[in-house]
Design a protein around this ligand. Sequence first.
Ligand code: FMN
Length: 217
Amino acid sequence: MEDIRKVIRQSKTLIGPFPTFNVENTAAHPYELFLEWFQVAIANGVHEPHSMTLSTTDPNGYPDARVLIIKDVDQHGWYFASSSESEKGKQIEQNPNVAMTFYWPEIGRQVRIRGKAVKMAKEDCAQDFLKRGTVARAIALLGKQSTIMNRQQDADEALRNQMAILREHPDLVYPSWTLYRTVPEEVEFWQAQEDRNHIRLKYFFEKDHWSKHLLWA
Ligand SMILES: Cc1cc2nc3c(=O)[nH]c(=O)nc-3n(C[C@H](O)[C@H](O)[C@H](O)COP(=O)(O)O)c2cc1C
């Protein structure tokens, strides 16, 4: 135990060097700044920059979180997809308030989004589903995400069967596959500084426009 404590305490975070974040000249809409940061992430070789942690709450208000990928970003919000019958899907159904967290360690940047998840039209969900790889579609078509499984071998066998069905019917769409849009209400951009005096800029949606403020780190 002593050793692990030492290893943890000696582990380095936020090593740098980091890109510059000029807070004087930021975009009016947070999605524009997100896209700028996303491009910087790609240019700096950030591993899986489209991965984020989606936080939801269960009916008792107990938080839950898991990593997902985003499918798109535009002026209306951030998009992700999953089964509406999964745990997260059920949680979103009863409470659409969600948070999304991106962390890009290579450039010392974190983006936090809070907002409401809304379901996209059935055709958009189906289109998203059909763009997924064959194995991913087959697994989704099993319709068992987040349910209890007896043995790992059950998954192998079920997947083999489902792959055979998909070969016969490649246009099958899992009806519960859902493309969600997180409509943002608050978006915070956090930039690490090598001197540890980190920068935080937060956008707030107020009635019909975005305002932004610096926050103490
Ligand atoms: C990098 C990464 C990307 C993932 N992307 C997705 C995704 O786009 N959709 C999805 O349903 N699950 C995705 N998962 C799996 C989820 O983390 C999670 O295990 C699953 O959705 C079940 O979550 P739930 O039980 O809270 O509903 C991903 C996992 C990782 C590590």
